[in-house]
Design a protein around this ligand. Structure first.
Ligand code: PEP
Length: 248
């Protein structure tokens, strides 16, 4: 039985003042003991967010694939862990596009994150052109296979299916399309990992909000959500946590 995970991604948003939002998010998490709640904040906010909301799983949005060295401007997994991060996203489509991160690079980052003791949320997803061409499942399952970290296993590893065309656009796939993709991801994980596949959570991400969360979270093989815009305020994020709690 996989527990639902609702993870927020603040991207390059937030400030010390914005951390007040974590108070109500942490309260909602405490009131929903059957749901895991996490928030990936900018690296500068990891320590203060952890201090402000010690019961909440605070995480990073990216880590370097190396442990230390001459990499100006980069931050290692051990560094974010030392200041309180419990997990990191890797392979978000915005990083794959903006920083030209390949599957091999994402795999190395995920492996580094795990080596440092972090949980990992590995993101995969297709473009609208790939979906329109009928290639979505082939593209996404190939991305998964090439990005999986060494010794991949649950529950420390989650995979977030995030169709790129659904991120920040207000558009979402049908629940049938989400269920079909999650089924394909689960099948590929079973092929690659055998029984270890069963404990890996599959999250859906892309324009999740309070109105659609119940339906998306109820789709087949959906074990949670990765939430961008709607995680920035407690007013929008807490109803998503509550929707997950209602599903058990
Ligand atoms: C994301 O960027 O991970 C995301 C899902 O964003 P949004 O919820 O804003 O579509």
């Amino acid at each position: 039985m996989r527990r639902k995970l609702i993870a927020g991604n603040w991207k390059m948003n937030g400030s010390m003042a914005a951390l007040v939002e974590l108070d109500a998010i942490a309260t909602a998490a405490t009131r929903s003991p059957g749901v895991d709640v996490a928030v990936a904040v900018p690296a500068t906010l990891i320590a203060p967010a952890t201090a402000r909301a010690p019961t909440l799983a605070i995480g990073a949005q990216d880590v370097h694939h190396g442990d230390c060295g001459a990499h100006t401007g980069c931050v290692s997994a051990a560094m974010v862990r030392e200041v309180g991060a419990r997990f990191s996203l890797v392979g978000h489509s915005e990083r794959r596009a903006d920083q030209a991160e390949s599957d091999a690079h994402v795999r190395d980052k995920a492996t580094a994150a795990r080596r440092a003791g972090l949980d990992v949320i590995l993101c995969v997803g297709e473009t609208s052109e790939e979906r329109d061409a009928g290639r979505a499942e082939a593209v996404v399952t190939a991305q998964l296979a090439a990005s999986l970290p060494d010794d991949a296993a649950g529950p420390w590893l989650s995979v977030a299916y995030e169709p790129i065309w659904a991120i920040g656009t207000g558009r979402t796939p049908t629940t049938a399309d989400v269920a079909a993709m999650h089924g394909a991801l689960r099948a590929r994980l079973r092929d690659l990992l055998g029984v270890e596949a069963e404990a890996i959570r599959l999250l859906y991400g892309g324009s999740v909000n309070d109105a659609n969360a119940g339906e998306l979270l109820g789709a087949g093989d959906v074990d949670g959500a990765l939430v961008g815009g709607a995680s920035l305020t407690a007013a929008k994020f807490v109803p998503i946590i509550e929707a997950a709690a209602r599903l058990g």
